[in-house]
Design a binder for this molecule. Structure first.
Ligand code: DGL
Length: 266
């Protein structure tokens, strides 16, 4: 067996602080249905987005160390917060497989809505990172970006709460002009797209175009595996194994959300 043939049968690991990475896993499975995926959520320690960067770095390193015991052929960090804080350290520390991160879709928003007002919803930590400041600066002459920190929102998704009251407060508390589009810079938020649109309808009298980093991250993962010659063949049966640090209830919620999102398929 060549080294590549050995890699082909290994799983693609997908990591998030909790269930949010399902919005990326959905895109990965849509593009690569023959792959075996290992979804690792750290709900016992979520949310990450309101903790300190050093705490997040420690926690992410612990999780990825555990993920390496499953010998993945690639790791997708399906968490904007973890990517913003830890991606460079992870790439330096774990060199046996490619590591793909996610970032808020500022670039596609700048291209699609030139001159427009774009609200970027994300965790406080993501919006405080230098990585995000650099990204905004790069495209600030193309469109007007309004960062909208959303403390409590990922946690509400983890708890399956009604997020509409919190969303209404978040939108009305921060003074931003009526947006032409929204960037969802946290992987939990695409899971509540319907609720976000309902709140937009109420506040802005219309639904809004929504962008998230899931499709771009999935494309980048596919590109890297293709270049390495380690994509699974169409004869392989795709699968998803779910591990969650909070135990079986959160593993069941992950599976339920994935099924719901794959059925919706928008
Ligand atoms: N899903 C994560 C992200 O994309 C973070 C949620 C959290 O744990 O705060 O940022």
């Amino acid at each position: 067996m060549t080294p590549n043939e050995k890699q082909i049968n290994r799983p693609i690991a997908v990591f998030d602080s909790g269930v949010g990475g399902v919005s990326v896993l959905r895109e990965l499975r849509r593009m690569m249905p023959y792959e075996q995926f290992l979804y690792y959520g750290d709900s016992a320690n979520a949310p990450y987005g309101e903790k300190t960067p050093s705490w997040i770095l420690d926690r992410v390193t612990t999780c990825v160390t555990e993920i390496t015991t499953y010998s993945p052929k690639a790791l997708v960090v399906a968490c904007n917060t973890a990517t913003g804080v830890a991606i460079s350290t992870l790439r330096a520390a774990f060199t046996a497989f490619p590591i793909i991160g996610i970032e808020p879709s500022v670039k596609p928003a700048a291209e699609q809505f030139p001159g427009g007002n774009v609200a970027v919803l994300a965790t406080p930590v993501t919006l405080e990172q230098r990585k995000f400041a650099n990204l905004l600066q790069k495209y600030s002459d193309k469109a007007h970006f309004y960062p909208l920190p959303c403390p409590g929102l990922a946690e509400a998704v983890e708890k399956e709460e009604d997020v509409r009251p919190l969303l209404t407060t978040l939108f009305t508390q921060t003074k931003i002009p009526t947006p032409n589009a929204l960037v969802l810079g946290c992987t939990h938020y695409p899971l509540i797209k319907e609720e976000i649109q309902a709140v937009c309808q109420k506040l802005f009298c219309r639904t809004l175009p929504i962008l998230d980093g899931g499709p771009g991250t999935a494309r980048q993962t596919q590109r890297l595996l293709e270049a390495a010659g380690t994509l699974a063949p169409a004869t392989q049966c795709g699968s998803v194994t779910v591990i969650n640090t909070a135990g079986s209830a959160m593993e069941a919620l992950t599976t339920k959300l994935l099924a719901k999102n794959e059925k919706n398929g928008d």
